[in-house]
Design a binder for this molecule. Sequence first.
Ligand code: ADP
Length: 270
Amino acid sequence: MMNENGTKPYGLDESPAKKTILVLSGKGGVGKSTVAANLAVSISLQGYSAGLLDTDFHGPSIPKLLGMEGTRLVSNDGKTLEPAEFGSLKVISVDFMLGSRTDPVIWRGPMKMNVIRQFFQDVNWGDLDYMIVDCPPGTGDEPLSVVQLVPEPTGAVIVTTPQELALSDVRRSVSFCRALNLPVLGVIENMSGFVCPHCGERTELFGSGGGEAMASGMGVPFLGRIPIEPSIVESGDTGKPFVYHQSKLPFAREFEAMVKTLVEKAEGKG
Ligand code: ADP
């Protein structure tokens, strides 16, 4: 990623992945990590070698979403860190550093960014087709620093909810990406409508169509909608990603279709 002087802000090596997708949101609690985890698992289920990097310092939820809480990083050679594994997906989270012998001072100020830098440079990722980065929420200092640290990003997915759209947080996220020359691969509207489990009727709790209208208004692709779904809460709470454990359910199939569209865009075919 170049700054306005045409130079990289940090001396970074090349990306461990052919394609790197950042998952962003205008604020916390919209399902960004849920989307990032299921996106990464879905991509790895499609046969790609994939990595998932959780950089959300204040709420690293990827370990919980994948049932990997309590994992600690190990190094076999004393230099490189071994990523944890969920099936064939390689996973690193800031949470894996907590409770280790690492001095807690690393969590202050710029040292946090050293940890992220290390996660790119000193982890034994192998050759990845895809790296998914779950970024801190919002458009402030922390996501900005993380995005600037990501080597050779392909683009971003912005996760939002219908009511958030009304507050134009997504517009801010799109502007954030534009300021950083980061292509927006697509917007996903999460918690969009509730489908009654008994009769199948859809209720739009927070309005509908806002995501699509906003995306087309700003000239960015709209990938699709995920309904409010009690089984998504359960899937997150029990560490069983829905793209694997509930893959036959309609919302999971729709999500899979979004991932396929996204992969086509990332591969330059969309
Ligand atoms: P963020 O990363 O944006 O802070 P999370 O992915 O941690 O958000 O999700 C916040 C909460 O919302 C979690 O409890 C998660 O299970 C729940 N959640 C996410 N998406 C949905 C959905 N479509 N339907 C119901 N609950 C959801």
